[in-house]
Design a protein around this ligand. Structure first.
Ligand code: GLC
Length: 795
């Protein structure tokens, strides 16, 4: 307790620590009449079915005490709404005009059946629901929901073997069963250890996987909730209508549908996929220059440096300290010449300071959150007492969005949305705004119980929409700590204040995978952990893993020692350099994967069972992941380890480092000295890479393994034309044929192309009928239509 207090004082300052006591007292006064949900006790069931009204896209059912609406948006996407209860403001949903769906309805012995070409929904006379495939296979069965005091309890039966994934950002294992989880975006303050729950980005969405198939359920209810997965899956909500969406599998389809419903993920500019360097505590522009120069002198590639709260004038959002960062435009300019961008932090709290224009304006216009008696709600964050914009009002979002102009003008390229749970320093109780706080909720009105989990999402929406207006020719880059369903439309995320430990490194894999399975595909951890001091080994293992994650950023807490790659000694620096460079060689593949994700909603980082859901041995793997269609990455998460075991999905896998071919569908042991993270490529694929402006087509194709590859190129930013190159790999006996088809008019980005063979040794190689000159192990091919390679049986 004393230690926590000491950390609090060191990080937040003594004044803020004292203010946290006052703030908690004030909050307690405001929230006096508000009961916290207990989610216990018996609820009341819906009663019996009294009336059924069939509609073109579904049906309405009246039970003795409840109403149920079943509404198909697509043949494989159904919305279920139990009332009474407040309907959600559809912040989670993308704008969509769903075409009409043909639904057949039929009265059955048990009740009613509603069926499309993809899904059957059975409604029982006491309120039970069952979801089946058109062939009648049961995917999920739900008990009649129970009405709790203002809220709901919803139970679904789970099969013995059923696994559950998702719920947004969680610091537990990949499979969430058994376990109990809270839906309430929370800042653990200062750092979190594995197992901590909840974290910053909760989403009431999960995937169920069992032997008969898989499905996704998304509850569109932002009130506090508790999820529990034991023999049953139980979800209890504090208030609102019980509205949820059901999507049947297979896995890729779940995410295509879910992202059609809640929005396709953003496609960030290409530079975002490079390496980012950050720390809390870069206090002057001279320090930033020095760091950038360090990267140059040590020959390390770098795409962005992040400015934490230190760059602001007294932590006033959207300001820049005139003394310490007075030359920010020059700094931005100098860095840009070396291809380095600046990313600035944007916290939502606005310092209570009558001389601060943003605060004055917000007060005058009534844009800050207020208590029920109309007073602005203040709570302490880094700047001291702050007011909080009510992003649930469109005019507030527009006003906030306009403020990014100032940061764009001084040369900022990306935005780091932090503390947007919203976090507030409170000496006890919930560390956020009082629950009684009023929110506009697009004019219909609501309180913080409903708006809390939406706050980060709407903060990002305001920023994203503002940036779209201010720089219509650029794709915005925002990454956010908090959010809700739909965040992917506006922003990426990062996994917040992880502790610097081996266990946290391990848990990060499950957290990133879980976020992807919750529709948030772009994320990554603070390399080395936020809180604490990694030694060279832990730092390198973390860096190696993050090389294969969407967001590749080092960051650390104010009290952590410097973490530049050269601070760990010469041999660590060499290894770090190799990985930073590898990241840049992978950029065409990473960019293509980000583009694919933006079109499909598939996670960039996928669990191993994505490739073979029938292989139950893969269902629990939380220390390895797939990056895109080609790579399998197995980070080393144990200190001192120089080898590890990896369970490979079926098919053949080619060692990324040695080209050794492994038969999948079993576990293997591979070497993993400190310089090497085990990585494998799926045989029968083409992975684009680049080096020195030359496109490398990595042909991972052990004899007989056929498949595809894809490369997306465009200007690297903006909304102009792009180009899709598709490769297919087929075999005629011992001859490998690779065909290349380009779509669209954007010119191929590369003039020089090399084919690199992995898993086979080739003798003769013909490119469009002509012999291709050898270039070391590779062949110089140029852009081709057909490559034919004969496997050299002698080697
Ligand atoms: C929060 C963020 C962390 C940041 C710090 C100071 O703890 O999670 O990344 O460095 O605030 O802004």
């Amino acid at each position: 307790m004393l230690k926590l207090l000491w950390i609090g004082i060191r990080l937040a300052g003594l004044r803020n620590t004292l203010a946290a006591v006052r703030a908690a007292r004030m909050r307690d006064r405001l929230d006096r009449g508000i009961a916290r949900p207990s989610f216990t006790g018996a609820g009341t069931p819906p009663g019996s079915l009294e009336e059924a009204e069939m509609r073109s896209d579904g049906a309405c059912f009246r039970f003795t005490h409840r109403e149920l609406e079943v509404h198909f948006l697509a043949p494989d996407l159904v919305r279920v709404t139990w009332q009474p209860g407040l309907l959600p403001v559809p912040y989670a949903l993308a704008d969509n005009n769903w075409p009409p769906v043909e639904v057949k309805t039929e009265e059955t012995h048990e009740g009613w059946m509603l069926a499309t070409s993809e899904l059957q929904v059975h409604v029982g006379r006491e309120g039970k629901l069952a979801f089946r495939t058109p062939g009648g296979v049961l995917l999920r069965e739900e008990a009649p929901p129970e009405r709790l005091d203002g809220g709901w309890r919803h139970r679904a039966f789970l099969r013995a073997e059923e696994h559950i994934y998702g719920l947004g950002e969680r610091a537990t294992g990949l499979n969430l069963r058994p376990g109990e989880y809270r839906m309430w975006n929370e800042d653990p303050q200062g750092g979190y250890t594995p197992g901590h729950d909840p974290l910053y980005l909760c989403i009431p969405v999960y995937v169920g996987l069992h032997r008969q198939g898989c499905y996704l359920v998304f509850y569109e209810n932002s009130f506090e909730a508790r999820f529990c997965f034991e023999t049953a899956a139980e979800a209890c909500f504090a208030d609102g209508a019980l509205r949820y969406y059901f999507i049947p599998g297979p896995l890729p389809r779940l995410f295509e549908r879910y992202s059609a419903l809640t929005g396709r993920p953003v496609f960030p500019p290409r530079w975002v996929l490079g390496y980012h360097h950050s720390r809390w505590g870069f206090r002057t522009s001279a320090q930033i220059r020095e760091v950038a120069e360090g990267f140059r002198t040590h020959d390390l590639p770098l795409s962005a440096i992040h400015l934490d709260i230190d760059h602001m004038d007294g932590y006033r959002v959207f300001t820049v300290d005139p003394e310490r960062f007075g030359d920010l435009p020059d700094l931005a300019h100098e860095l840009a010449e070396h291809g380095v961008r600046l990313v600035a932090i944007v916290d939502p709290g606005v310092k209570r300071d009558p001389n601060f224009v943003l605060f004055r304006e917000g007060q005058q216009k009534g844009y800050f959150c207020r208590s029920p008696d109309g007073q602005t709600v203040f709570a302490p964050v880094w700047p001291g007492w702050c007011a909080f914009p009510d992003f649930s009002a469109p005019e507030v979002r527009a006003w906030w969005g306009e403020q990014y102009r100032r940061l764009l003008t001084v040369g900022i390229s990306g935005f780091w949305h932090d503390m947007n749970e919203p976090a507030a320093f409170m000496a006890w109780g919930e560390r956020t705004l009082p629950l009684a706080t009023h929110h506009a909720m697009e004019g219909r009105g609501g309180d913080h119980r409903e708006a809390h989990n939406l706050y980060g999402l709407l903060h990002c929406r305001a920023g994203y929409e503002g940036l779209r207006r201010l720089q219509p020719e650029r794709r915005p880059f925002i990454f956010s700590r908090s959010g809700w369903a739909g965040l992917q439309r506006y922003a990426w995320s990062w996994t917040g204040d992880t502790e610097s430990s081996w266990e946290a490194l391990h848990r990060t894999v499950a957290t990133v995978l879980g976020l992807g399975l919750s529709g948030i595909p772009g994320t990554g951890p603070d390399i080395g952990g936020f809180a604490g001091t990694p030694d060279a080994e832990l730092y390198l293992r973390w860096l190696q893993m993050a090389t294969f994650l969407p967001l590749f950023r080092t960051h650390s807490r104010l009290d952590a020692p410097p973490r530049e790659p050269w601070t760990f000694g010469e041999s660590a620096l060499e290894i770090a350099r190799d990985y930073l460079r590898l990241r840049y060689r992978l950029l065409p593949y990473l960019y293509t994967t980000a583009w694919q994700t933006a079109r499909t909603g598939w996670p960039m980082v996928r669990p191993l069972f994505w490739l073979d859901p029938a292989d139950e041995a893969l269902w629990d793997v939380d220390d390895a992941f797939l990056l895109g269609d080609v790579l399998l990455v197995a980070p080393v998460v144990q200190p001192g380890a120089v080898c590890r075991r990896v369970r490979l999905p079926k098919g053949r896998w080619i060692d990324f480092w040695t080209d050794a071919v492994h038969e999948g569908g079993k576990e293997i042991e591979v070497e993993a000295p400190l310089s090497r993270i085990p990585v494998f490529a799926r045989s029968g694929t083409v992975m684009p890479g680049e080096e020195g402006g030359c496109l490398h087509l990595h042909l991972y194709a052990s004899t007989g393994d056929a498949g595809q590859g894809i490369l997306y190129t465009d200007a690297g930013d903006g909304y102009g034309d792009g180009r899709v190159d598709r490769f297919s790999v087929t075999w005629e006996g011992n001859r490998l044929d690779v065909t290349w088809e380009g779509e669209r008019s954007f010119p191929p980005g590369y003039t020089s192309v090399q084919a690199v063979f992995h898993g086979i040794t080739c003798g003769r190689v013909l490119v469009d009928g002509r012999e291709a000159p050898a270039k070391g192990e590779a062949r110089e091919t140029g852009v081709f239509r057909l490559l034919q390679a004969w496997v050299d049986p002698a080697r």
